[in-house]
Design a binder for this molecule. Structure first.
Ligand SMILES: C[S@@+](CC[C@H](N)C(=O)[O-])C[C@H]1O[C@@H](n2cnc3c(N)ncnc32)[C@H](O)[C@@H]1O
Length: 210
Protein backbone atom coordinates (compact mmCIF):
# COMPACT_ATOMS: atom_id res chain seq x y z
CA UNK A 1 0.00 0.00 0.00
CA UNK A 2 0.99 3.62 -0.30
CA UNK A 3 -0.18 7.08 0.56
CA UNK A 4 -0.98 9.85 -1.89
CA UNK A 5 -1.23 13.43 -0.74
CA UNK A 6 -4.40 15.14 -1.90
CA UNK A 7 -4.76 18.84 -2.54
CA UNK A 8 -7.84 19.83 -0.56
CA UNK A 9 -8.85 23.48 -0.69
CA UNK A 10 -10.23 24.50 2.70
CA UNK A 11 -13.84 25.66 2.74
CA UNK A 12 -13.59 29.40 3.43
CA UNK A 13 -17.06 29.60 5.01
CA UNK A 14 -16.95 30.45 8.72
CA UNK A 15 -17.92 27.69 11.16
CA UNK A 16 -21.56 27.41 12.19
CA UNK A 17 -22.76 29.13 15.37
CA UNK A 18 -22.83 25.70 17.00
CA UNK A 19 -19.17 25.09 16.23
CA UNK A 20 -18.26 28.61 17.39
CA UNK A 21 -19.97 27.89 20.74
CA UNK A 22 -18.21 24.52 21.01
CA UNK A 23 -14.78 26.05 20.36
CA UNK A 24 -15.39 28.82 22.89
CA UNK A 25 -16.19 26.19 25.50
CA UNK A 26 -13.14 24.13 24.52
CA UNK A 27 -10.97 27.22 25.03
CA UNK A 28 -12.47 27.86 28.45
CA UNK A 29 -11.98 24.22 29.49
CA UNK A 30 -8.37 24.27 28.30
CA UNK A 31 -7.78 27.34 30.45
CA UNK A 32 -9.20 25.43 33.42
CA UNK A 33 -7.05 22.37 32.75
CA UNK A 34 -3.92 24.52 32.32
CA UNK A 35 -4.64 26.27 35.61
CA UNK A 36 -5.03 22.81 37.15
CA UNK A 37 -1.55 21.73 35.97
CA UNK A 38 -2.11 20.08 32.57
CA UNK A 39 1.40 21.10 31.50
CA UNK A 40 2.92 19.35 34.50
CA UNK A 41 1.39 16.12 33.23
CA UNK A 42 1.82 16.83 29.50
CA UNK A 43 4.65 19.39 29.19
CA UNK A 44 4.32 20.11 25.47
CA UNK A 45 0.58 19.80 25.10
CA UNK A 46 -0.81 22.17 22.46
CA UNK A 47 -4.14 22.23 20.65
CA UNK A 48 -4.36 22.56 16.87
CA UNK A 49 -5.58 25.64 15.01
CA UNK A 50 -9.23 24.62 14.92
CA UNK A 51 -10.16 27.23 12.32
CA UNK A 52 -7.72 25.66 9.85
CA UNK A 53 -8.85 22.13 10.63
CA UNK A 54 -12.50 23.16 10.30
CA UNK A 55 -11.85 24.51 6.77
CA UNK A 56 -10.47 21.13 5.67
CA UNK A 57 -13.19 19.07 7.37
CA UNK A 58 -15.89 21.31 5.90
CA UNK A 59 -14.36 20.76 2.44
CA UNK A 60 -14.36 16.98 3.01
CA UNK A 61 -17.97 17.17 4.22
CA UNK A 62 -18.90 18.38 0.72
CA UNK A 63 -17.54 15.17 -0.85
CA UNK A 64 -18.57 11.53 -0.87
CA UNK A 65 -17.03 10.93 2.58
CA UNK A 66 -19.72 13.05 4.31
CA UNK A 67 -21.58 10.89 6.83
CA UNK A 68 -18.81 8.30 7.02
CA UNK A 69 -16.99 7.22 10.18
CA UNK A 70 -14.47 9.72 11.55
CA UNK A 71 -11.86 9.11 14.27
CA UNK A 72 -9.73 11.69 16.11
CA UNK A 73 -6.44 10.19 17.29
CA UNK A 74 -5.56 11.84 20.61
CA UNK A 75 -8.83 13.74 20.91
CA UNK A 76 -7.94 15.91 23.96
CA UNK A 77 -11.12 17.95 24.59
CA UNK A 78 -12.82 16.57 21.48
CA UNK A 79 -12.84 19.82 19.50
CA UNK A 80 -12.08 18.19 16.16
CA UNK A 81 -14.28 15.14 16.77
CA UNK A 82 -17.05 17.58 17.77
CA UNK A 83 -16.60 19.70 14.64
CA UNK A 84 -16.71 16.54 12.53
CA UNK A 85 -20.00 15.49 14.18
CA UNK A 86 -21.44 18.97 13.59
CA UNK A 87 -20.43 18.63 9.93
CA UNK A 88 -22.30 15.34 9.56
CA UNK A 89 -19.67 12.66 10.20
CA UNK A 90 -20.23 9.68 12.51
CA UNK A 91 -17.53 10.75 14.87
CA UNK A 92 -15.51 9.37 17.73
CA UNK A 93 -12.22 9.97 19.49
CA UNK A 94 -9.52 8.13 21.42
CA UNK A 95 -7.68 9.99 24.18
CA UNK A 96 -5.11 8.55 26.58
CA UNK A 97 -5.42 11.20 29.28
CA UNK A 98 -8.31 10.20 31.54
CA UNK A 99 -9.16 13.74 32.69
CA UNK A 100 -9.33 15.10 29.15
CA UNK A 101 -11.34 12.08 27.94
CA UNK A 102 -13.90 12.58 30.72
CA UNK A 103 -14.03 16.37 30.27
CA UNK A 104 -14.52 15.99 26.52
CA UNK A 105 -17.45 13.60 27.01
CA UNK A 106 -19.21 16.14 29.25
CA UNK A 107 -18.41 19.01 26.94
CA UNK A 108 -19.58 17.30 23.74
CA UNK A 109 -22.77 16.08 25.42
CA UNK A 110 -23.47 19.62 26.67
CA UNK A 111 -23.39 20.75 23.03
CA UNK A 112 -25.69 17.94 21.93
CA UNK A 113 -22.94 16.37 19.83
CA UNK A 114 -23.15 12.61 19.42
CA UNK A 115 -19.46 11.67 19.70
CA UNK A 116 -18.10 8.55 21.37
CA UNK A 117 -14.86 9.19 23.25
CA UNK A 118 -12.91 6.24 24.63
CA UNK A 119 -9.94 6.41 26.94
CA UNK A 120 -6.87 4.48 25.81
CA UNK A 121 -4.30 4.44 23.04
CA UNK A 122 -4.98 4.99 19.35
CA UNK A 123 -1.91 2.89 18.51
CA UNK A 124 -3.23 -0.55 17.48
CA UNK A 125 -2.14 -3.52 19.57
CA UNK A 126 1.14 -4.96 18.33
CA UNK A 127 2.05 -1.90 16.26
CA UNK A 128 5.57 -0.67 16.91
CA UNK A 129 7.17 2.68 16.32
CA UNK A 130 10.93 3.25 16.06
CA UNK A 131 12.39 3.28 19.60
CA UNK A 132 14.15 6.62 19.09
CA UNK A 133 10.73 8.27 18.60
CA UNK A 134 9.41 7.13 21.93
CA UNK A 135 9.90 10.49 23.65
CA UNK A 136 7.35 11.07 26.41
CA UNK A 137 7.94 14.84 26.24
CA UNK A 138 6.41 15.12 22.80
CA UNK A 139 3.14 13.74 24.19
CA UNK A 140 1.74 13.08 20.72
CA UNK A 141 2.20 9.32 20.89
CA UNK A 142 2.50 8.02 24.43
CA UNK A 143 2.33 4.32 25.33
CA UNK A 144 -0.98 2.86 26.51
CA UNK A 145 -3.48 0.05 26.03
CA UNK A 146 -5.08 0.09 22.58
CA UNK A 147 -8.66 1.38 22.74
CA UNK A 148 -10.16 -0.22 19.61
CA UNK A 149 -11.85 -3.05 21.56
CA UNK A 150 -13.53 -0.46 23.78
CA UNK A 151 -14.65 1.37 20.68
CA UNK A 152 -15.90 -1.87 19.15
CA UNK A 153 -14.28 -0.92 15.85
CA UNK A 154 -10.97 -1.48 14.11
CA UNK A 155 -8.95 1.22 12.46
CA UNK A 156 -9.92 -0.03 9.00
CA UNK A 157 -13.58 0.82 9.69
CA UNK A 158 -12.94 4.56 9.57
CA UNK A 159 -13.12 6.61 6.38
CA UNK A 160 -11.40 9.66 7.89
CA UNK A 161 -8.79 9.85 10.65
CA UNK A 162 -7.46 13.10 12.08
CA UNK A 163 -4.26 13.62 14.11
CA UNK A 164 -1.89 16.37 15.25
CA UNK A 165 1.59 14.78 15.29
CA UNK A 166 4.72 16.61 16.41
CA UNK A 167 7.11 17.03 13.42
CA UNK A 168 9.40 14.18 14.52
CA UNK A 169 6.37 11.88 14.83
CA UNK A 170 4.84 12.69 11.46
CA UNK A 171 6.31 9.73 9.57
CA UNK A 172 5.35 7.32 12.37
CA UNK A 173 1.73 8.54 12.20
CA UNK A 174 1.66 8.19 8.41
CA UNK A 175 3.14 4.70 8.68
CA UNK A 176 0.59 3.63 11.31
CA UNK A 177 -2.21 4.89 9.09
CA UNK A 178 -0.76 3.17 6.01
CA UNK A 179 -0.36 -0.11 7.91
CA UNK A 180 -3.83 -0.31 9.50
CA UNK A 181 -6.35 1.92 7.72
CA UNK A 182 -8.70 0.84 4.95
CA UNK A 183 -7.81 1.31 1.32
CA UNK A 184 -9.21 4.68 0.28
CA UNK A 185 -9.31 6.05 3.86
CA UNK A 186 -8.17 9.63 4.45
CA UNK A 187 -5.70 10.91 7.04
CA UNK A 188 -6.02 14.59 7.93
CA UNK A 189 -3.05 15.97 9.85
CA UNK A 190 -2.54 19.37 11.41
CA UNK A 191 1.19 20.07 11.31
CA UNK A 192 1.69 23.37 13.11
CA UNK A 193 3.24 26.00 10.86
CA UNK A 194 2.90 23.58 7.90
CA UNK A 195 -0.87 23.68 8.25
CA UNK A 196 -3.18 20.81 7.32
CA UNK A 197 -2.43 17.93 5.01
CA UNK A 198 -4.66 15.18 3.64
CA UNK A 199 -3.34 11.76 2.60
CA UNK A 200 -5.28 8.90 1.05
CA UNK A 201 -4.32 5.26 1.42
CA UNK A 202 -4.21 3.75 -2.01
CA UNK A 203 -3.45 0.46 -3.73
CA UNK A 204 -2.25 2.42 -6.76
CA UNK A 205 -5.48 2.03 -8.75
CA UNK A 206 -6.88 5.22 -10.27
CA UNK A 207 -9.47 6.91 -8.04
CA UNK A 208 -11.81 9.79 -8.52
CA UNK A 209 -10.56 13.04 -7.07
CA UNK A 210 -12.44 14.02 -3.94
C1 LIG B 1 -0.91 17.53 20.12
S1 LIG B 1 -2.27 17.05 21.16
C2 LIG B 1 -3.58 17.18 19.95
C3 LIG B 1 -4.94 17.34 20.55
C4 LIG B 1 -6.09 17.48 19.54
N1 LIG B 1 -6.24 16.30 18.73
C5 LIG B 1 -5.87 18.67 18.66
O1 LIG B 1 -5.68 18.48 17.45
O2 LIG B 1 -5.91 19.79 19.19
C6 LIG B 1 -2.03 15.25 21.24
C7 LIG B 1 -3.05 14.51 22.07
O3 LIG B 1 -2.82 13.11 21.91
C8 LIG B 1 -2.93 12.48 23.18
N2 LIG B 1 -2.18 11.22 23.11
C9 LIG B 1 -0.83 11.03 23.11
N3 LIG B 1 -0.54 9.74 22.93
C10 LIG B 1 -1.71 9.09 22.79
C11 LIG B 1 -2.06 7.73 22.56
N4 LIG B 1 -1.11 6.77 22.42
N5 LIG B 1 -3.36 7.41 22.47
C12 LIG B 1 -4.33 8.35 22.64
N6 LIG B 1 -4.07 9.67 22.84
C13 LIG B 1 -2.78 10.03 22.92
C14 LIG B 1 -2.40 13.51 24.16
O4 LIG B 1 -2.85 13.26 25.48
C15 LIG B 1 -2.99 14.80 23.56
O5 LIG B 1 -4.28 15.03 24.03
Amino acid sequence: MALEELGVTPDPAPPSARVVRLLADVDARFDGLLAGGLHTRLPNFAPADYGQVHGVLAALARTSVRGERFLEWGSALGAVAGMAAALGFRSCGIELDAEMAETSRELLAAHGLDVEIVQGSFMPEGHEIPADLDDPDTATLRPGVAAYDLLGRDLDEFAVIYAYPWPDMREAFLDMFDTHAADGALLVTFEGRDGCHVHRRTDGAARDPL
